[in-house]
Design a protein around this ligand. Structure first.
Ligand code: MSP
Length: 486
């Protein structure tokens, strides 16, 4: 039986349409998933929407809709964007679904039975847009640091989760790598949050205040806190507690998330899982956040980029490439929207696309027979080195690095062409031409395999074209024209 691999994206708030920040985590997860499939693993990729909470209820009210109508209208925006980006997910979980609600209630019951939930009062400063409480210290000039809005002062009866009981075990598992947090900077942040004495958190909210959520079965004045509801998606989607997929795929091999939600995933979630007697995620991979032209994306600034702004121009593969090649994903990075066309033209049209065109055109025009025994040791070595580096990039979830590795080899093949000048060899009837073009053809085929997880559509076209050449069926179109210039 194939080894399993379970990978998740965060579930995005159904409060608005997807932007390139959401797309980045989702594309990353899809690339890792395709890579793992290429290793023969049975992969389950989960994504979806976080649909409860007061922020969404508020937006629905403004739009004159019920919360359910509101999220029902948002959901297709996400599924359509992911389809357009060629994201092959196995399930799209929505937290307003019956399946999810049933799983959450069962999960909470388990934690209750363990004696880890108690009643108390919560008093604090709550930012509705973040759906979380802030301490005075965390505020900037009295405002929520993310939304620059004053938080609300709240005092309410809530049910609390006894996180303290599990902190030493969580700490130990993070320290010894059983729960691996990538990158190290995030791991150290999490450890220092634990060391600074993180308080227990409330797992319910008063229904009078938050009207849109999953009822807490033990006390009808309460709803499940939206973060607890949301985190549980990773198990409810698999059919917790007795679904076949749950038995097969849990624990997750990797949660891909943004750095902004690391605390919830690396402290709260493991605490809840330990209490429920479930194994912990193996890896939490926290990506950096995108700013656009130096600023956080915001409707007021007008710098929000939607995947739909890019896909018609650059295609799904071009968009996937442009987003992943901006900066190493574990770091925060800025995207200069004006540079997208330039980067597309230089790396894809003039770089990769042109290399394939040169190689395939020469093989066709010079009527070269493809023969795997005629490959130069220089190119073979270079492929070996490239693959070694690529595997290690993927092991560290360094997708930016993997792309650089591939493009390093693209450059190498370009140089090889320029050095060997096959057109002169052809003119001079040089016998070495057969080896040079076979080496180039082999190099191109290796690039196709390596780049497949990143650009599944274009690599499919290139692979078919190469196969036709090998079979000596002249492709109808003698030009592949993989990435037309913009
Ligand atoms: N609903 C919660 C997550 C619950 S997961 C159990 C949430 N949603 S969110 O829509 O605000 O954003 C979630 C994730 O989207 C971030 O963690 C990150 O992965 C991605 N991004 C959202 N904005 C982003 C950027 N500006 N840049 C990069 N990724 C960003 O939090």
């Amino acid at each position: 039986m194939n080894e399993k691999f379970y990978i998740t994206t965060p579930i995005y708030y159904a409060s608005g349409e997807p932007h390139i920040g959401h797309a980045l985590t989702t594309i990353c997860a899809d690339v890792i998933s395709r890579y793992q499939k290429s290793k023969g693993k049975e992969v389950f990729l989960l994504t979806g929407l976080d649909e409860h909470g007061s922020k969404i209820a508020g937006k629905a009210e403004v739009a004159g809709k019920t919360p359910q109508e509101f999220v029902d209208a948002i959901a297709p925006k996400y599924t359509e964007a992911w389809t357009a980006l060629n994201i092959k997910y196995n399930d799209f979980i929505r937290t307003s679904s019956e399946k999810h609600k049933k799983g959450v209630i069962e999960f909470i019951k388990k934690i209750e039975d363990k004696g880890d939930i108690y009643e108390s009062f919560y008093e604090g400063l709550y930012c509705v847009d973040c759906e979380k409480f802030y301490t005075e210290k965390e505020l900037v000039g009295g405002l929520c640091p993310d939304h620059l809005k004053p938080p609300q002062k709240l005092k309410e009866k809530n049910y609390f989760f006894n996180l303290k009981k599990y902190l030493p075990e969580i700490r130990e598992k993070i320290k010894n790598g059983k729960l691996k947090i990538i990158p190290d900077a995030r791991k150290n942040e999490i450890l220092s949050i634990i060391d600074s004495g993180i308080p227990d958190f409330s797992i319910t909210r008063e229904k009078d205040r938050v009207k849109w959520g999953i009822p807490y079965t033990k006390d009808e004045t309460q709803l499940i806190y939206v973060w607890v509801d949301a985190l549980a998606n990773y198990i409810t989607a698999l059919g917790y507690s007795d679904g076949e997929n749950f038995k097969k795929f849990w624990p997750t091999d990797i949660h891909t998330i943004g750095a902004d939600i690391a605390k919830f995933h690396a402290i709260f979630w493991p605490g809840l899982l330990l209490s429920a007697g479930l194994p912990l995620p193996k890896i939490i991979f926290a990506q950096g956040l995108i700013t656009v032209n130096g600023q956080k994306m915001s409707k007021t600034i007008g710098n929000v980029i939607s995947p739909n702004d890019l896909i018609p121009k650059f295609g799904p593969d071009g968009t996937r490439y442009l987003l992943l090649s901006q900066f190493p994903t574990p770091e925060h990075g800025d995207v200069k929207a004006d540079n997208f066309s330039e980067k597309y033209n230089s790396d894809l049209a003039n770089g990769l696309g042109n290399l394939f065109e040169r190689i395939f055109t020469m093989v066709l025009n010079y009527e070269i027979e493809i023969n795997e025994t005629k490959i130069s040791p220089e190119i073979k070595n270079s492929v070996r080195e490239t693959k070694k580096q690529y595997e290690s990039d993927f092991e560290n979830f360094n997708l930016f690095g993997a792309l650089q590795t591939i493009f390093g080899f693209v450059k190498k093949l370009d140089q090889y062409i320029n050095e060997k000048e096959p057109w002169n060899m052809h003119k001079n009837k040089d016998a070495e031409l057969l080896m040079v073009l076979n080496s180039l053809f082999y190099g191109a085929e290796e690039i196709i395999k390596l780049i497949e997880p990143f650009m599944p559509e274009k690599t499919g076209l290139a692979a078919d074209f190469a196969q036709k050449i090998k079979n000596r069926e002249m492709p109808e179109e003698t030009k592949l024209n993989l990435f037309p210039r913009i």
